[in-house]
Ligand binder design. Structure first.
Ligand SMILES: Cc1cc2nc3c(=O)[nH]c(=O)nc-3n(C[C@H](O)[C@H](O)[C@H](O)COP(=O)(O)O)c2cc1C
Ligand code: SF4
Length: 439
């Protein structure tokens, strides 16, 4: 009997061999200036070999000022095109497609780097958790940022990649415009939903004008923002009803697919939703961010204090989702969006069981799923599904140790209980550096 997971997915301009996408995830694998390295190619190859139909890259800044931290390869100049061509070619050898996530962090920058001390945003208010300060964008800033996204798409196309995704989710610049909780502008880019969506609709139109209508373009969106999930005095932010309207405008402007996420920040208690918040690791790695925002040093001390740390951990987990609900937690929003648009819709969040994914697609809640952490834990999960396994033998525990390690250490699975020993775990983490750049 045919399995819907392994049926090809046809978008307007792209066909993917199955319904499982590697969701956007990577570590600080590249050079400080945004030039790429062999390590990123090694990273992406792990998943291409493991059977995913397509890889959606992690955050790729369209401008240096829009990066979240150094050591992520950028797409801000034509100089970067050959590197991304090499990534695409390596992945293609495994019959896997590669979609680049065009991104701008706005005010949400974990480690800003030396070039631009101040981030840009829809607002001049700092973010409430870390206190990242920012500068309100002028109309000229908006115009040049729209153009930077369009140039990023043009470069991705010239690199031979299979499409681009706008990072319109999780509190980055596009969310900072879309969100009713963050955008406090009084001009034509703020106020009504239509005005708040103007920035991203202009980006879509500019991309279409630059690359034409036959290149795949999708958008990742936080369908429900839950902006006050952790900080109860904040405004709630956009609802799924707001996001459905935004998705319809995006499709009318030329978007070929939606990728549904959640949360008005990154990380957010609901994204990536976890079974734990590993405070011991957080207390070490958050030090990299100690000077990034007005509240980051305070937060570091709070995480390191056993009492306040424990209170924060409880609040974070309470604001998230019970472990039993993490798998497919964005499916209800995705279903509503899918019913309202006529393009394929991808759902992210918690997937790790073939039968759950199969049912979601068969029920028409979504057309495909994207997976991040479970593929970090088991790079070959899709090949395991193809061989008839419903779940990996050593599943991901949603512990979120990979997440809190990533600002300082190489990305990999840090859940020691999944390995025979700590040495074996570290071997897996360090395997991303093989082969090295110069052999
Ligand atoms: C370490 C880490 C890095 C991530 N980086 C990105 C990113 O660059 N862009 C993005 O859209 N999402 C990013 N995400 C979110 C994932 O792509 C995914 O949507 C989310 O973790 C939920 O899926 P999962 O439960 O399969 O992990 C990241 C998640 C983790 C854990
Ligand atoms: S550290 Fe490993 S087990 Fe824990 S969430 Fe990340 S991938 Fe899953």
């Amino acid at each position: 009997m045919s399995d819907v997971i392994f049926e090809p997915l046809r978008f307007k301009n792209l066909t993917v061999k199955n319904r499982i996408f590697r969701s956007n995830i990577s570590g600080r694998f590249d050079n400080y200036d945004g030039s790429g390295t062999q390590t990123r190619i090694n990273w992406e190859l792990k998943f291409a070999r493991g059977g995913v139909g397509a890889i959606i890259s992690s955050f790729v800044p369209v401008h240096i000022r829009g990066r979240i931290m150094p050591n992520y390869a950028t797409i801000d100049t034509d100089e970067r095109i050959p590197f991304w061509r090499a990534v695409g070619e390596a992945v293609h050898e495994h019959d896997c497609r590669f979609i680049m996530q065009l991104s701008h962090g706005g005010r949400q920058r974990d480690v800003p780097g030396v070039e631009y001390p101040l981030g840009l945003s829809s607002t001049d208010q700092k973010d409430p958790l870390h206190g990242f300060e920012c500068q309100r964008m002028t109309t000229d800033d908006i115009k040049s940022t729209v153009a930077a996204f369009a140039e990023g798409a043009r470069r991705a196309r010239e690199a031979g990649l299979d499409g681009v995704e706008l990072h319109g989710a999780n509190g980055y610049l596009i969310t900072q415009f879309l969100s009713s909780a963050i955008n406090d502008r009084k001009d034509e880019y703020g106020g009504s939903l239509e005005n708040r969506a103007r920035f991203v609709v202009e980006i879509v139109k500019a991309i279409r004008a630059r690359v034409g209508t036959d290149f795949h373009l999708q958008m990742k969106i936080s369908a429900t923002e839950y902006n006050n999930a952790l900080l109860k005095l904040e405004k709630p932010g956009n609802t799924v009803t707001d996001s459905i309207q935004v998705c319809q405008w995006l499709v009318a402007a030329g978007v070929d697919s939606l990728h549904v996420s959640t949360g008005s920040s990154f990380p957010h208690p609901r994204n990536p939703a976890g079974s734990d918040l590993p405070l011991d690791v957080l207390g070490q790695t958050y030090e990299v961010m100690a000077s990034s925002g007005e509240s980051t040093l305070r937060n570091l001390l709070l995480f390191r204090n056993p009492l306040t740390g424990e209170i924060f951990r409880h609040q974070w987990l309470d604001a998230g989702a019970p472990v039993a609900q993490i798998e497919g937690l964005n499916l209800p929003d995705t279903r509503l969006i899918k019913q309202a648009v006529d393009v394929p819709v991808i759902c992210t969040g918690g997937f790790q069981t073939a039968s759950v994914i199969r049912s979601a697609i068969e029920r028409k809640d979504c057309d495909a799923v994207s997976i991040a952490r479970r593929l970090v834990a088991n790079n070959d999960l899709v090949n395991q599904f193809a061989a008839g396994r419903d779940r990996a033998e050593k599943p991901c525990t949603y512990c979120n140790k990979c997440l809190v390690h990533v600002v300082e250490h190489p990305l990999g699975c840090y859940e020691e209980s999944r390995f025979a020993s700590r040495e074996e775990m570290l071997q897996q983490v360090m395997s991303v550096f093989h082969p090295p750049a110069y052999v």
